[in-house]
Ligand binder design. Structure first.
Ligand code: ZN
Ligand code: ZN
Length: 349
């Protein structure tokens, strides 16, 4: 079969390899769609935890081709999306339904195995995955389902964790309107009564955010952005903020406009930092009661919920399809900023 593999640092190629065979508790999926993500660009440039020879692709939807030994509840021909946190299902976090914070696979800061990152992923004609990671998609477009496994799942998790704080009359802020940010805007509108404000440095991204439901948008690079946002929140600040950039600049913007007892979800991984001060000793002092969270992906239940929202027609897709053979071109386009929607690879297209 064809598979898109990390050959070595800086090099990804489409290879011919043997079709894998499912083991105990696994299924073989015929891949119908595999999303291309900025994370794949990062892995190509800085493989870090990804061994040479790994098949990329952590956003996978497919049809079951072979059911492995010991798998119950799934039949050949069923369509499903793959939850990207391959959790142990036997640790305290898993028991609590927080598979994305599974601690069964190593040290305190090691996430569970992830297809396309630390295990072979879905940018291939076939992929072996744990049956416990499957969420049924029925007749939902597999390309849409695939991107929801990451670009929908991570924002859903953050919005769910913010929901209690976003009461009627409150304001929510989304910083960074790439693939994940655009879904965050939609999910905040669907799941909360908050006024949704979005900031980015791209006018095109701001226009898309308005089209999918943002109530107000601002250019993040304006001189008076903090004043504009404070005014927009009528001085109260934002009860929930999701930062999909994670630079020192965006984290400071978040702390400057967060409301008392507000929460900041730092999702983006641009390498920024802010000092945490228990007392107010500098200008970066946080309002009382503020929470700062470092979320990772989402739980199995979160993915099931996102798929249910999509199947009910409550979310919009913005997707561009590529044949599997064009994976490297899709990665290059994404890396150079030439994609407005999500790129999805379709084997056999
Ligand atoms: Zn991704
Ligand atoms: Zn676990």
């Amino acid at each position: 079969m064809k598979a898109v593999r990390l050959k070595q640092k800086g090099l990804v190629a489409v290879d011919d390899i043997a079709t894998p065979v499912p083991g105990e508790g696994e299924v073989l999926l015929r891949v119908l769609a595999a999303g291309v993500c900025r994370t794949d660009c990062h892995i190509r440039a800085h493989p870090f935890a990804t061994p040479d020879g790994t098949t990329l692709g952590h956003e996978i939807a497919g049809e079951i081709a072979v059911v492995g030994p010991g798998v119950i509840g799934w039949q050949v021909g069923e369509r499903a999306v793959v939850h990207p946190c391959w959790a142990c299902h036997a640790c305290p976090q898993c028991y609590a339904g927080r598979e994305n914070y599974c601690q069964g696979h190593g040290a305190q800061r090691v996430p569970p195995p992830t297809p396309g990152v630390t295990r072979n992923g879905g940018m291939a004609e076939y992929a072996v995955v744990p049956a416990s990671s499957l969420v049924s998609i029925g007749d939902l477009d597999p390309a849409f389902a695939a991107v929801l496994a990451d670009a929908g799942l991570a924002p859903y998790h953050s919005v769910r964790l913010l929901r209690e704080r976003l009461s009627p009359g409150s304001c929510a802020l989304v910083i960074g309107l790439g693939g994940l940010g655009q879904y965050a805007v939609q999910l905040l509108k669907v799941m909360t009564p908050a006024t949704v404000v979005a900031v980015d440095i791209s006018d095109a991204a701001l226009a898309t955010a308005r089209a999918v439901g943002a109530d107000f948008t601002f250019r993040a690079d304006g001189d008076d952005i903090v004043d504009q946002l404070r005014e927009q929140s009528r001085g109260a600040g934002f009860a929930g903020i999701i930062d999909f950039v994670g630079s020192s600049q965006t984290l400071r913007l978040a702390t400057s406009v967060v409301a008392p007892f507000g929460a900041i979800q730092a999702v983006g991984l641009s390498g920024g930092d802010i000092p945490f001060e228990a007392a107010d000793i500098s200008s970066i002092g946080l309002p009382w009661g503020v929470s700062l969270m470092k979320p990772y992906s989402g739980s199995y239940r979160d993915l099931a919920d996102v798929i249910a929202l999509a199947r009910a027609g409550r979310l919009q897709a913005n997707i561009e399809l590529f044949p599997l053979d064009q994976a490297v071109a899709a990665l290059d386009r994404l890396e150079s900023g030439g994609m407005s929607g999500r790129a999805v690879l379709i084997p056999g297209m």
